[in-house]
Ligand binder design. Structure first.
Ligand code: ADP
Length: 272
């Protein structure tokens, strides 16, 4: 299969069933373990369709993950509206919480394990305060990685100091996909919307909508459907650039190039 960013994809064709398999080096098995847990938790919300994970592990020199095979290829307006509605339902579902605090308030942001965004580690320490979580484990960590590869962003400290003010909206914790660009959302031949290849955690639902808008945007029906089920807050527009800065910093750390100047422009825009 072609099209994957990180792994080699295969169709495993048996007499009765076909499966989708991704392979990487054996050392990357934890990435697949986290993907499997994320897919399973999204499946457990019984909202939007994701490929059902079957198993993962190491065979010889390779790490593998096996999941349900899906035939992609459809995509009319109704299907994208349904994608929006179903994503909003997933965001509304009770999110997973750390065992020792289930039922307590405040609910926590984070996840039960770290995972990856692209191939970059993504830290998910459970945190009660969303602004603190996003400043430390999302932007702060990417800025640290950027510094190691020689990326200096002059507004960095001012920006990090301003995060509590920029994110003072007290979002409800939601299970989020975490990496919702166009390549990770598709419609099956039967017209059913699917999201795949997640970087799951419990966060502000707006991170998924922001990322969907980052590289050109999803079809308009998606946003109509989403807002029908759970309308976005008016402050979303102000927070969107901050949320997407995380992904652009990650792209800078993965690919370098013009993403550094894009990140600088975003920082300037946010600081006004
Ligand atoms: P990577 O982890 O390398 O980014 P993806 O999970 O994004 O790989 O998958 C790469 C491509 O393989 C997708 O864009 C899609 O076309 C195809 N694909 C992914 N999951 C499935 C599946 N369950 N069934 C069939 N094809 C799939």
């Amino acid at each position: 299969m072609s099209g994957g960013c990180i792994n080699q994809g295969y169709a495993l064709i048996g007499e009765i069933s076909t499966y989708f398999v991704k392979l990487n080096q054996a050392s990357q098995v934890e990435m697949f373990e986290a993907e499997m847990l994320g897919l399973q938790q999204m499946l457990d919300t019984q909202t939007i369709r994701v490929p059902k994970p079957i198993c993962c592990g190491i065979a010889g020199d390779s790490a593998y993950i096996v999941m349900e095979w899906l035939e992609f290829g459809g995509g009319n307006t109704q299907a994208w509206e349904e994608m929006g509605r179903k994503l909003a339902e997933m965001h509304k579902a009770n999110p997973p919480q750390p065992l020792q605090i289930v039922g307590e308030t405040p609910a926590r942001f984070g996840w039960e394990r770290n995972n990856t965004i692209g191939s970059t580690p993504q830290l998910n320490n459970w945190t009660a305060d969303w602004a603190e979580f996003f400043a430390k484990h999302r932007l702060g960590y990417q800025f640290q990685l950027a510094q190691r590869r020689g990326g200096h962003f002059s507004g960095k400290d001012e920006l990090l100091g301003k995060v509590p003010e920029l994110l003072d909206h007290q979002p409800q914790p939601s299970l989020v996909h975490g990496d919702l660009w166009g390549g990770n959302a598709a419609i099956t031949k039967l017209g059913e919307p699917v999201i795949l290849d997640p970087a799951t955690y419990v966060g502000d639902r707006e991170v998924d909508i922001a990322m969907s808008e980052l590289f050109g945007g999803f079809p308009a029906g998606f946003y109509r459907g989403y807002n029908e089920v759970w309308a976005l807050d008016s402050g979303y527009k102000q927070r969107k650039t901050l949320y997407n800065l995380y992904h652009i910093l990650n792209h800078f750390n993965l690919f370098g190039g013009g993403y550094g100047s894009q990140a600088s422009r975003m920082i300037e825009q946010i600081l006004g």
